[in-house]
Design a protein around this ligand. Sequence first.
Ligand code: SF4
Length: 433
Amino acid sequence: MSLNVVGQQRPPKQGEAPPSAVWMSEPMLRYRCNQKGCCCSGWEIPFTLDDLLKLNAMLPEDERAAMGKGIQLVIDAEKKGEKGEAILHSVKLDGVGDDKACRFLEGGGGCGIHRKHGIAALPDLCVDFPGFPFKRTDGAVELWFDPVCPSVIDQFAESDAPWALHRQEGAFGDPGLDVRVSHAADPIAGRVGKFRLEFDALDQLRAVCVAELGKPQPIFQSLANLLEAFKRLDPLQKNGGVFDPYPVEPTDFVRFLFEATGAHGPDLLAASFVRYKRFIHSIDPMPIVNAQETLQDHLKDWQPAFAQWLAPHDDLLRPLQARWLAHRFGAPMTKGRAELRRAADEIVHCFATSLRFAAAMGATLQRPVDRDLYKAAIGAAEYVYRSLHLPRQALPWFAAFGMPVELNDPPGSDDPTKEDWTAKPTPAPASAE
Ligand code: SF4
């Protein structure tokens, strides 16, 4: 049998030309990988065809032969090439051992390709993770750091100061950041319903979110004010109308937070924690992993665990929670397929799951939830929402409550710059005087 396969058509990369600006979380200017190899095992890393050819060309003759073994081609099931060819989605190299470690991972957690052949030989995904670059149509680049990585979470914990957005003009002079920016190709934008926001309005909205989370008030009050403001966004008004998180009575929001906290089965959460263990370095995860049934029991009856091990330590955890959430709300278009009301709800889903993990972890270890334990809970919650694609009906909704399905997933919603997202909103009917 023969297979006629073509590579994926990718948008052009940013390349060496500097973007007009780069937007990113300010604490990520100091981000450094811990070099422990946590993201280099447990899954088959998907390489693009270009990555594989680049890597192959860099390898000496004797290593190339081994490269060709244990390769899986992943074909895109939904698309075909111009002549009906199958489209290659990615190439996966079989992992090594029980935990499917990357075949190039060295004993100490470093990368053998990087050490022997330099950063230029690495697949883009290995260079970029956890900092993914996206292109904006205004010429800027968005550099998004994924909080599933423990070193990103370490940056949330680096200080108690209010978190900030950073706008960079010109090169960083830091190869880790400049190379990531040069890889930017995939588009990014934010929308309300199917209408894309102008970038000035989007940047203003995210600045307002960050300011709200910097206020000295309980986290649930900031989130209630924000989610009510997202709920008031109107697809029929330009840029969704005014975004103003004025103080609200939080009862409805607290009910939503409670439902979101209890939304998942304890078995699914406990199994996800075990899978995430290789990313956890702020505590030793093994006493919890080895007590998986106990963890699952506390995830099931999470309310007593919450009251005993988590709630009394709110004040201690608040700066870390506020900085994580500001990172998330500072780039809301990276969630919810870029629909901002849905994104706001999804950020709260993740926050709620972190609370449940933290409470159950504290109860399992019989110790109060401190920052190190909460860092692991943040990562585990991010991992749940990164690795599972849950049906919408399985979750409660607040800002996006009642939103029609076609506004959640309009045609082409994998690409937020698609034309059908930029059509002018229908003007609202004039109100009768
Ligand atoms: S998960 Fe983050 S800290 Fe761990 S190896 Fe990967 S990039 Fe480095």
